[in-house]
Design a protein around this ligand. Structure first.
Ligand code: ARG
Length: 580
């Protein structure tokens, strides 16, 4: 609707330009906001105040001229001028109701496909395979998954890329440890964390071991058979641990999405050669570096992007340059979104800039680092186990389910065990995901079981419960919210109008999320929607409505609210329950 009003204002402005009232060279951004106070319309624009000065007309006078030039439109019932020159738009409720009726008949709930449709690479999860997956990769995995789902829903071609760390010096250390302890191959890898810790301990205590580890990296990189076989086997096991986490989380990722650092290994000499040819490389203490004007350290000294070490080894940045090139030439991406810790912001700024200079990406390919903050414990400090170790994801998920189990059992002691377990799983996993998704990704976030499992506030249990309330209305009627329902929507009561206006915003919310990569905006929206549904449900009797028309209309509104909640949660990667 806001876009629609923007277009109306745009044509009015063009009309005023044609009439010689406004200068021809104006290119204003037309702002349209949801009105705070519904008594003064549903949407407001301050465009007259923005343009008054350059047009040499008083804001209120200009507002009047814009109002007069607005094309007639069925979606808007009236336009008023308020205060210093605001234009207030009133939504036409009959037109709104019609739109919602159409949305009920549409499997996409009236959300149109994006325009233009793009090929979008989503770089997400990307743990380092030498270790077990940590909480740090949780955020990348679930935020990236939610954004990918929304992009797909909008019709884009989404290519998920799990850029796992499966190459580099740590693997030499692990191979050396396997060589020393052949038995560890079977037993040790069941606990990668412990395996890594022991290997690291040997590496730090023994010079010989460390040297052997370095030799083995060289052999691995040269493609020595035994090394390669052990390395492959190791990665397979590590990846299967990751897959277990993805499945538990209900994240759409599988082995086909994995394209790890090692996949770019053979491309790296070519990357260096191209950089060389373009004159972008400078040697600094034996290392090959790219220096770019805009990147300086705090002392204003030039900052290098190192792409090859003095010993010939390649780095994280080199691989990322190769990945940009691959995503451009092979995947033909229009847009690449990187869901990676905010602390890597500089790495991505430099890599993207270098990739453009080298021609690995052209101007038509957008590269966006969708950074996120650190996950802290409830105490606000980086998340750790009691003894200071890193927390394994799988343990965290176990605990979430366990706590949800206790909670649900307390509330519902009569549930049978199978259903209880199912609900606990859905609530527990949903809580972990929703708590993360509902915060702005850029801010740090405190992991707190008590808050995320609360039935009050913007939490998964609250949202899941809100959905079951809608589902129960239909269950009582022995119907489903997915049935085709008789009648049509009529918006009489304010609570109906508010709910309807929110339902009509679904598409705008998704479009915004797709642009900015911010799932919290969808959480906020669904939370508001659930609240508006509650008010509607309290104020507008459905089954007890006197007239059949009213009852039909309200049932249709309830069905659309239910479907929108379910679809919204599904796009966030959260499973719903029919009862809890
Ligand atoms: N493996 C890296 C890490 O754990 C994240 C990789 C992100 N993706 C990328 N293309 N660099 O820090």
């Amino acid at each position: 609707m806001k876009d629609h009003i923007r277009q109306l204002v745009h044509s009015a402005l063009q009309q005023l330009v044609a009439d010689g009232i406004l200068p021809a060279d104006l290119q204003p951004t037309i702002q349209v906001e949801n009105a705070r106070d519904k008594a003064h319309g549903d949407f407001a624009s301050n465009i007259a105040m923005v343009l008054a000065k350059s047009a040499g007309i008083k804001p209120r006078d200009l507002a009047e001229k814009i109002q007069a030039a607005l094309p007639a439109d069925t979606q808007v019932s009236k336009v008023e001028i308020a205060g210093p020159g605001f234009l207030n738009f009133y939504q036409n409720h009959a037109a709104l109701a019609q739109r919602l009726d159409a949305a009920l008949d549409d499997s996409k709930l009236g959300v149109p496909a994006a325009d233009p449709l793009q090929t979008i690479v989503v770089d997400l999860s990307s743990p380092n395979l030498a270790k077990e997956m940590h909480v740090g990769h949780l955020r990348s995995t679930i935020i990236g998954d939610a954004v990918a789902r929304v992009l797909e829903f909008l019709g884009h071609k989404v290519i998920r890329q799990n850029h796992v760390g499966d190459w580099g010096t740590q693997f030499g250390m692990l191979l050396a440890y396997l060589e020393e302890n052949p038995a560890a191959q079977q037993q040790g890898l069941s606990d990668l964390e412990e395996f890594y810790r022991q290997a690291k301990e040997r590496f730090d205590e023994s010079e010989d071991f460390a040297n052997r580890a370095r030799e083995l990296v060289v052999q691995l990189q040269a493609g020595e058979e035994t090394c390669l076989r052990l390395w492959r086997n190791f990665n397979e096991i590590s990846l299967s641990h990751c897959q277990e986490v993805y499945d538990r989380l209900g994240v759409k990722l599988d082995m086909n999405d994995v394209r790890g650092e090692s996949a770019y290994n053979e491309a790296l000499p070519g990357i260096i050669a191209t950089l060389q040819k373009k004159g972008l490389l400078t040697e600094d203490q034996g290392a090959q570096c790219i220096f770019m004007e805009q990147f300086k350290n705090s002392e204003n000294a030039p900052l290098p992007l190192i792409v090859q070490k003095a010993d010939g080894g390649y780095l994280y940045a080199t691989t990322d340059l190769a990945a940009v090139n691959y995503r451009h030439t092979e995947l033909k991406a229009d847009r690449v979104l990187y869901f990676v810790d905010q602390r890597q912001a500089l790495h991505f700024q430099m890599t993207f800039a270098a990739a453009r200079l080298a021609g690995f990406a052209d101007d038509n390919m957008q590269l966006e680092h969708m950074g996120f903050g650190t996950m802290n414990g409830a105490d606000g400090r980086p998340f750790r186990t009691r003894d200071g170790g890193t927390v394994k994801l799988i343990d965290l998920l176990d605990e979430a389910e366990q706590r949800a189990y206790t909670l649900v059992k307390e509330k519902n002691p009569d549930l049978d065990e199978t259903e209880l377990k199912h609900i606990a799983r859905t609530v527990g996993i949903g809580a972990v995901k929703y708590a993360d998704l509902s915060k702005h990704r850029a801010s740090d976030y405190s992991f707190n079981f008590d808050l995320m499992l609360s039935f009050e506030g913007n939490t998964a249990p609250y949202m899941l419960y809100a959905y079951t309330r809608v589902a129960s209305i239909f269950r009582r009627l022995e119907q489903s919210m997915d049935d085709s329902l008789p009648g049509s929507i009529q918006l009489q009561e304010p609570a109906e109008q508010d709910l309807a206006a929110a339902l009509a915003r679904f598409s705008e919310v998704l479009g915004n999320l797709a642009d900015k990569g911010t799932p919290h905006s969808l959480c906020t929206y669904l939370y508001e929607l659930a609240g508006l549904f509650s008010s509607f449900y309290e104020q507008c009797p459905i089954l007890a409505a006197e007239q059949e028309e009213t009852r039909n209309s309200r049932l249709r509104l309830a069905a659309l609210a239910g479907r929108t909640l379910r679809r919204g949660l599904d796009l966030l990667g959260i499973k719903t329950l029919e009862r809890m």
